[in-house]
Design a protein around this ligand. Structure first.
Ligand code: ZN
Length: 103
């Protein structure tokens, strides 16, 4: 990009980063995925951390807002663990009580 860019989010896996990039694109915000080179030095470790989503600085505020909105949507309502019956907050992907993955 010719303009200054700002990291508006960091993801731990590529699909999440891609999904957010597409979301921003649908809102007219051009974002790019920039992956740390850390994994390149140790490819055998398959490091999945540090996938940055960057946008032009002038769209950073809008991008952050869109990301916050989407993360709120994704969190959704609480769910009930099928294994132990515990009510788990929508932002958890696994039961905090017994560790079962959300089904
Ligand atoms: Zn549970």
């Amino acid at each position: 990009m010719a303009t200054d860019t700002v990291v508006v989010a960091t993801f731990t896996n590529q699909p999440e980063a891609e999904a957010m990039r597409e979301r921003l694109a649908s809102l007219g915000i051009t974002a790019e995925i920039r992956r740390d080179n850390v994994g390149g030095m140790y490819p055998q470790l398959d490091i999945q951390e540090g996938i940055d989503l960057v946008v032009a600085s002038e769209t950073a505020d809008a991008a952050r807002q869109a990301i916050a909105d989407l993360q709120t949507e994704t969190a959704g309502p609480p769910w009930t663990c099928p294994a132990c019956g515990e009510e788990v907050g929508g932002n958890f992907t696994a039961c905090w009580n017994c560790g079962r993955e959300r089904g």
